[in-house]
Design a binder for this molecule. Structure first.
Ligand SMILES: C[S@@+](CC[C@H](N)C(=O)[O-])C[C@H]1O[C@@H](n2cnc3c(N)ncnc32)[C@H](O)[C@@H]1O
Length: 350
């Protein structure tokens, strides 16, 4: 079931994220240099990454994006090859567009993207990385002002998507654990749709302070049943990487895994599986790469944005399913689109 009444504002987020895709394109053509190396012939993803000095994460951001732009493709031996379109950014084709695209190659965003790709992230991040709290290092999510800025920055997106997510998550009289729940809107909307259920909103303390204000607004909105939501929510401050998580029937991971590198995602999948009661389900709300790792463009642009700002990227459904299987869960067949190029996938315990 989709929430039928609102148009999908995805064109806005697509244009927003296209900026990061443009930076990838220009970094690949003028700084790395992907097209010069591949002019010698197709290479496997690992050979190409080695030749360019790219770690796994930047490779898994850049190559799917260049495929989605139709500049690269996988050949029958699963090697990356330049497409007919891609020839227009090689030196050997005359005429080509290298001079023209090169007019933008010194743009600060392009230069920074090339550095981030080479180093798999910033060389140093004195305030920490947005949306990430890991270990004892500084995190903007533990700074009162920055946590407010980042959390409120996601509020409109969460307000827009949460009724659709709530309508598509299972109905239940039990408990929902919204890990790294941010504003809490996904929890509040799900509780409104499930009047006998309870929920825990788990996040950093400075984030939960903002979520509590938003809950006040939500419960006093005058919507039928909204005032009764408050007594059914528990705020639990903590670190999802290290602290015990409460046992739950449903666990929501909304825009969560995409902030983290693969080994951390595997570790989180294990921790979340352990928090599920028998028969319990984890639901991921996120934007997914195709399992063929060559698109879609909306997800590869978003992956570039996440690569720029966090420790993560977009992952394919197959990547999620492999983490969940390793954690003893059974992936559910449904993949439910919501809006803004997001969707829901789930896995069950037992
Ligand atoms: C991208 S936001 C997603 C928020 C919300 N789920 C949504 O979709 O709007 C990621 C959230 O993860 C939280 N977070 C990051 N590291 C965390 C940690 N170690 N423990 C708990 N929460 C953490 C951040 O504070 C932030 O609220």
């Amino acid at each position: 079931m989709r929430y039928p009444t609102q148009p999908d504002p995805a064109p806005i987020t697509r244009h927003l994220r296209a900026m990061f895709g443009s930076r990838l394109l220009l970094a690949a053509v003028h700084h790395l240099p992907v097209f010069d190396v591949l002019s010698g012939g197709p290479l496997s993803l690992s050979e190409l990454s080695t030749r360019l000095g790219l770690a796994e994460r930047p490779a898994m951001v850049l190559f799917p994006a260049l495929c989605a732009m139709d500049l690269l493709r996988y050949d029958q031996q699963s090697r990356l090859a330049i497409t007919e379109l891609g020839r227009y950014v090689t030196q050997s084709q005359t005429p080509n567009l290298r001079g023209y695209t090169g007019l933008e190659k010194d743009d600060p965003g392009v230069v920074e993207m090339a550095q981030l790709l080479r180093h798999d992230g910033p060389l140093d991040a004195p305030q920490g990385i947005s949306f990430v709290k890991e270990g004892d290092g500084p995190s903007p999510m533990d700074d009162t002002e920055l946590a407010r800025k980042f959390t409120l920055g996601l509020a409109g997106r969460a307000q827009l998507l949460s009724p659709i997510v709530a309508a598509n998550l299972p109905k239940h009289d039990g408990h929902l654990l919204d890990v790294a729940g941010g504003t809490g809107f996904y929890t509040y909307e799900w509780l409104l749709a499930n009047p006998n259920a309870t929920a825990t909103l788990f996040d950093r303390p400075a984030v939960l302070a903002v979520a509590a204000e938003l809950l006040e607004q939500f419960t006093s909105s005058g919507r039928p049943g909204a005032d009764a939501v408050k007594e059914r929510v528990t705020f639990q401050p903590g670190d999802m990487l290290t602290d015990d998580l409460p046992q739950t029937d449903l666990l929501l991971a909304a825009s969560l895994f995409h902030d983290w590198p693969t080994p951390t995602c595997e570790q989180l999948a294990q921790r979340f599986a352990a928090a599920l009661r028998p028969g319990g389900e984890i639901w991921v709300h996120d934007s997914f790469l195709d399992d063929t790792l060559d698109g879609p463009l909306a997800a590869t642009d978003y992956s570039a944005q996440l690569f720029w700002a966090t420790k993560g990227r977009c992952y394919s459904r197959a990547e999620y399913q492999s983490w969940f299987k390793q954690a003893g869960l059974t992936p559910l067949p449904a993949a439910i689109p919501t809006q803004l190029d997001y969707g829901l996938i789930g896995a069950r315990k037992g």
